[in-house]
Ligand binder design. Structure first.
Ligand SMILES: [Cu+2]
Length: 118
């Protein structure tokens, strides 16, 4: 009987850590998620809940037609990503991010912000 309990607990063990909140999720962003800003920002900054692996994390910013308006490669350090923007006008922009956290879990998501003026 004791041997059976040991086997069962061994089988259940891999399930237990999966509930831990250990992935890199977006904590906050500038411009704020879903916000309207009066003037076009020069960059988008994202802060995550965990440190990132720079080589396997990325972010891109698209305008309403899906065209990239970022300046390419993001600067990733610790738990933050910064990406420069081209000169953009009023409109709605989507930020799409992919993150590989230092615990090797991947996460991804997207959000929009609006530049006012129209
Ligand atoms: Cu994780």
């Amino acid at each position: 009987m004791r041997k059976l309990i040991v086997i069962v607990s061994f089988l259940l063990m891999p399930l237990a850590p999966s509930v831990a909140l250990a992935h890199a999720f977006l904590d906050h962003a500038t411009p704020l998620v879903g916000s309207t800003v009066p003037a076009a920002p020069h960059e988008v900054a994202l802060t995550f809940t965990q440190n990132l692996e720079p080589a396997f994390s990325s972010v891109e910013v698209m305008d309403g037609s899906g065209a990239r308006v970022d300046q390419g490669k993001a600067a990733i350090s610790g738990n933050t990503m910064h990406i420069g923007l081209k000169a953009i006008g009023p409109g709605t922009y989507r930020v799409r991010w992919h993150a590989l956290s230092v615990d090797t879990h991947t996460t991804e998501g997207s959000f929009t912000f609006h530049v006012g003026g129209q």
